[in-house]
Ligand binder design. Structure first.
Ligand SMILES: [Zn+2]
Length: 323
């Protein structure tokens, strides 16, 4: 608005140069439009200045009014660059200065078995989370509910004992329902429920959040919006289909993991799972990311996929308690 205020007296001057008064301003303006009357260079200059100011204004608004947008544009620009090397160099340069020992970067999964962590817990909207992420969780939930008011928390912290109890229950159910051995039942259950010591929910840093109470049944457009806003609150969508080889866990549209804002933005911008991110941090800090495989973890990916397919056909109701 400032530019227009400044230009008002200039425009009046231009009009009065043509000999018009305020009363016959309209007539004077149309007169100056006729080709036989040369437009003053000053008028052209002012016009160009105005256009330039508007252009800069638009660029400024696009760049700074929406930090999410400007961040999202970076990887897009890189993707269109035909050199993977450039992206690789850029990602190495952007790697946050973090340590593998950071409390919010703890890695738990089928290949990273953990003992009970006993985190200090706080309740957020009916679920328990590590107290250190209670505020971030509440803020993320509130933001997610502006996307869809049906978004709610389903699960936060789950103790190792509870995980073990449920795991054993499912194994017993599968053995009885299918008349199979314990080993057979374990490989079956591992496809839809995390073995004891391998679930991120025992960290208190993971939440299941969806519009519905079933995994992978949220509108994918909403999942995409939640995944895009998650880094602003320190979360990432943890189990994407494209991450399965690294995570060892099938895609889940509702499982978000707190890793801190800096790590979350990096992982989202460069589209990588926590395992890949921590491998990079380890390399950069001269440390080693040691794997701690679960004895019952299904290491053969083909077995996991096969078991999943069977599960889809036979026990669809089990998706409710996935992970
Ligand atoms: Zn989960």
């Amino acid at each position: 608005m400032e530019e227009f205020d400044m230009l008002e007296p200039v425009l009046e001057d231009t009009v009065s140069e043509d000999g018009g008064t305020e009363e016959d301003e309209q007539a004077t303006l149309s007169e100056s439009d006729t080709p036989d009357k040369p437009i003053s260079l000053f008028t052209i200059f002012v016009g160009l200045l105005l256009a330039l100011a508007a252009f800069i204004g638009i660029i400024f608004v696009q760049e700074f009014s929406n930090p999410q947008l400007s961040r999202a544009k970076e990887p897009l620009a890189q993707a269109t660059t035909d050199t993977k090397l450039l992206t690789s160099l850029q990602s190495a340069q952007d790697l946050p200065d973090l340590s593998l020992d950071s409390w919010d970067l703890v890695l738990v999964g089928p290949n990273y078995v953990a003992e009970e962590m006993n985190p200090e817990l706080s309740e957020v909207s009916g679920v328990l989370v590590d107290s250190r992420i209670a505020e971030a969780t509440a803020n993320f939930l509130a933001a997610a509910q502006t996307v869809d008011p049906n978004v709610h928390l389903i699960l936060g912290y789950r103790s190792l004992a509870d995980q073990s109890g449920l795991y054993e229950t499912f194994i017993a159910q599968e053995m009885e329902a299918q008349g199979i051995t314990r080993e057979g039942a374990i490989s079956f259950v591992d496809a839809y429920f995390q073995a004891p010591g391998t679930s991120e929910h025992m960290t208190g840093l993971a939440i299941d959040m969806s519009t519905v109470d079933y995994v992978n049944l949220m509108d994918p457009a909403i999942t995409a919006q939640l995944a895009a806003m998650a880094p602003d609150y320190g979360f990432v969508l943890r189990y994407k289909e494209s991450y399965q080889a690294q995570t060892g866990v099938a895609a889940e549209d509702w499982h978000f993991r707190y890793v801190g804002v800096e790590a979350a933005r990096y992982m989202t911008d460069y589209d990588m799972p926590l395992e890949t991110f921590l491998t990079r941090i380890a390399a950069a800090t001269g440390t080693v990311l040691e794997s701690r495989p679960s004895s019952s973890a299904v290491t053969d990916q083909a077995d996991v996929i096969e078991a999943e397919e069977q599960m889809d056909e036979t026990t669809p109701e089990m998706t409710e308690i996935t992970e």
